[in-house]
Design a protein around this ligand. Structure first.
Ligand code: HH2
Length: 283
């Protein structure tokens, strides 16, 4: 298995699970919208939050300028750039791997020119321009599965067999990336919890996460504060940290390598407990 993810000039050792902190520079993200962006981007606040996440143990920061929550409205290229590029430049001054969460090849290109290390594509490299953009660079890419589009994806998601279908999709996209010249050492996969999946689909995926693996590539999971956690715990958005951390630990036990989270410190604490019990993989 590839145990190092090559993120441009920064190799990420995946001998132990890593934490990716979420920074949404959006007015409307489902859990933290408007926190770092209201009338405009508050760069001071972004830096403060980023530094706190690094201090708490985040190895990666994922910055996004377009909400992909169910029902979200798409934003234009220029608006997305206006939101993320100045903040991205600020994050790149810090000692951390920086990821851009975007579906737009043109935004990814701007971010790559600015020096980003990883492109997090929630549309799973289905856009040929995105494949070309990443292939022309040395950044890593997260290939995520999504059924449908954010606006409508939760209407009535259906699968023959959710685990097989998603594994099949990821395998096809990995082949496309390999054919374009993006090596296995630059790929990380994500089943896309909540992206065109109901609670049963999400639970089946978490239960069988290890079966989603393709070529034994690293897996990234984003469960943090999602509706699934609310459904299982009966908690509102502001009270989903404990449920999110529990789900993240279950994911690690089933093979997750990178955890995309809002609550970095709490996730790191839980990983320490898990590492003490589940050695040697996690220490
Ligand atoms: N989830 C969200 C956004 N990007 N990327 C990956 N790879 N995996 C995920 O599960 C994932 C993701 C949605 O969460 P969030 O960023 O908190 O909200 P929003 O899309 O509303 O900004």
């Amino acid at each position: 298995m590839t145990r190092t993810l090559n993120c441009a000039r920064r190799p990420l050792d995946l001998q132990r699970p890593r934490v990716m902190g979420i920074l949404n520079i959006t007015p409307d993200s489902f859990s933290d919208g408007g926190w770092l962006y209201r009338q405009g981007v508050d760069l001071g606040r972004v830096t403060e939050v980023a530094c706190a996440m690094i201090e708490a143990g985040a190895d990666l920061l994922d910055i996004g300028g377009e909400s992909t929550r169910p029902g979200a409205e798409p934003v234009s290229y220029s608006e997305e750039c206006r939101r993320v590029i100045p903040a991205l430049e600020r994050l790149l001054e810090l000692d951390v791997i920086v990821s851009i969460d975007t579906r737009k090849p043109a935004v990814a290109k701007m971010a790559i020119q600015a020096g980003v290390h990883l492109v997090n594509d929630v549309s799973g490299m289905t856009n040929p321009d995105m494949i070309e953009t990443v292939a022309d660079s040395d950044v890593a890419v997260c290939v995520m599965h999504m059924q449908g589009e954010p606006g409508t994806m939760q209407a009535d998601p259906r699968y023959d067999d959710v685990v097989c279908d998603i594994r099949g999709f990821l395998a096809r996209q990995v082949d496309r990336c390999l054919r374009a010249g993006i090596g296995l050492d630059r790929l990380v996969l994500d089943p896309g919890f909540g992206f065109g999946k109901n609670i049963d689909h999400n639970l089946a995926l978490l239960r069988n996460l290890s079966e989603v693996k393709v070529h034994d590539l690293p897996l990234l999971v984003g469960l943090s504060r999602k509706r699934m956690i609310g459904t299982l715990t009966g908690r509102g958005m502001e009270d989903r940290m404990v449920g999110s951390v529990a789900a993240a630990m279950l994911a690690v036990q089933r093979g997750a390598d990178i955890l995309r989270v809002h609550d970095v410190g709490a996730t790191i604490d839980a990983l320490k407990v898990l590492a003490a019990v589940d050695t040697p993989r996690l220490m």
